[in-house]
Design a protein around this ligand. Structure first.
Ligand code: ZN
Ligand code: ZN
Length: 417
């Protein structure tokens, strides 16, 4: 006890200090007190112990210049800065002028203090309390909707609006639409004759068809599509659709009804693309989705050289069913990917009939199984293949993805196994 009184006396010798800064020197001792209460108690103990008059500090604090007299002002400033943004949760951070941190750290070292609290922590906590008292905002340390940075030197408030994530599935009913925006190859997006000054290779993408109405409805600045894999630009995406998470940047509106948003997208995409929105998602789910472990189901049309009956094809496909396929990186992508042999399962493969002399085949395969090469053999780079089984060249003339397995969040996987 005397120890605290001695230290208090020493601290006071440095100059006028506010109760907050004084209390913070023992800030991590005795829960249930504010630093201002600690500081006041330390001052009173010293006055009682030495039997000298208790004196409230009148002069400006040499460490913080009475920063904590301005807590209400900061709360009002933040409230104002938050006005344009719908949100539920916030996190407050601050930039402390170096002189302030240096001053308090000098005391910690000089007096070998064991449990001081940095001013940053007190500022964030006290400002947060004052803010929640005048707004409905809740403080969330993990996934706040909005991060507020208070610059103590300039007394300015910065607002960082975190993205809104929505999980859904999309169907693509028109060929020639890439999944995401492609920059024009000529101008890298700057705009040129080739791209009619759009900066893009294609006028539309699934990302934009979904994103445009969402950006407008959420008053956002951008919308980025994270897909569970992607289909070729000329492939359709049918069936139950491909899972994706839409990342909506800097939304001013986030209290959106997913059903209404979904209807808005589906109306504006005019059946070129259609979606379902399932739930509000997060950054973690994007990572799970992008790990790309989902199985995929394809419907393809295959042209075969030579005279083969439906039964010939069916028995050749039996030789691929449930088989591990060794695929050397296909010729068509080898300039973009490392050349190595990958093992992928062809889980199921069936021929359902003949259409205009071509065979309709459905395939269920591991993510990353190259379907065109599974059929053609890619000059022997993929083994086994339909061409190899038939002893005659076969090639895919149309390819559609009809199902992508939903992605199970990682923690759920752990529960099941
Ligand atoms: Zn102070
Ligand atoms: Zn261009």
């Amino acid at each position: 006890m005397t120890d605290i009184m001695e230290i208090t006396e020493k601290i006071l010798e440095y100059g006028p200090i506010c109760d907050n800064c004084l209390g913070r020197m023992y800030g991590k001792s005795s829960h249930g007190l504010s630093n201002a209460e600690r500081g006041k108690a330390m001052r009173i103990s010293l006055a009682l112990g030495k039997n000298i008059p208790y004196k409230k500090e009148e002069d400006a604090c040499w460490i913080c210049e009475n920063l904590f007299d301005k807590t209400e002002m900061w709360a009002e400033k933040i409230k104002e800065a938050l006005k344009p943004y719908e949100h539920r949760t916030i996190l407050i951070g601050c930039r402390v002028p170096p002189l302030i941190s240096e001053s308090e750290e000098m005391l910690w070292t000089d007096l070998s203090l064991q449990n001081p609290e940095p001013i940053k922590a007190e500022f964030n906590r006290e400002t947060g309390k004052a803010l929640t008292a005048i707004t409905g905002s809740e403080v969330d340390f993990k996934r706040p909707d909005i991060v507020i940075i208070c610059d103590i030197a300039t007394e300015e408030v910065e607002v960082q609006v975190n993205p809104l994530y929505i999980y859904g599935r999309y169907m693509k009913y028109e060929r020639g639409i890439p999944q995401t925006r492609w920059h024009c190859r000529e101008c890298q997006g700057r705009g040129c004759e080739r791209c009619s000054f759009t900066g893009k290779m294609y006028p539309d993408s699934v990302e934009e068809l979904i994103g445009r109405p969402v950006i407008e409805a959420c008053d956002a600045t951008d919308a980025i599509l994270h897909g569970a894999g992607r289909e070729d630009i000329d492939a359709l995406m049918l069936g139950t659709g491909r899972p994706f998470v839409l990342e909506i940047a800097e939304p001013r509106k986030r209290n959106v009804s997913l059903k209404e948003l979904e209807a808005l997208v589906n109306k504006s995409a005019e059946n070129r693309v259609a979606i379902t929105f399932d739930h509000i998602s997060d950054r973690h789910e994007v990572e799970t989705l992008k790990s790309g472990k989902a199985h995929k189901k394809y419907s393809i049309l295959v042209e075969v050289d030579g005279d083969f009956s439906l039964n010939d094809i069916k028995s050749a496909l039996d030789g691929l069913k449930g088989v591990t396929i060794n695929q050397r990186t296909p010729d068509r992508v080898s300039h973009r990917r490392a050349d190595l042999v990958r093992k992928r399962q062809c889980l199921d493969i069936e021929c359902s009939g003949i259409e205009d002399g071509k065979f309709r085949i459905t395939i269920l395969g591991d993510a990353g199984l190259y379907i065109k090469e599974l059929i053609s053999g890619d000059g022997g780079r993929t083994k086994p293949s339909l061409s190899e089984k038939l002893g005659s060249p076969a090639r895919v003339t149309s390819l559609d993805v009809i199902m992508v397995e939903g992605v199970v969040p990682e923690n759920q996987n752990e529960l099941e196994s």
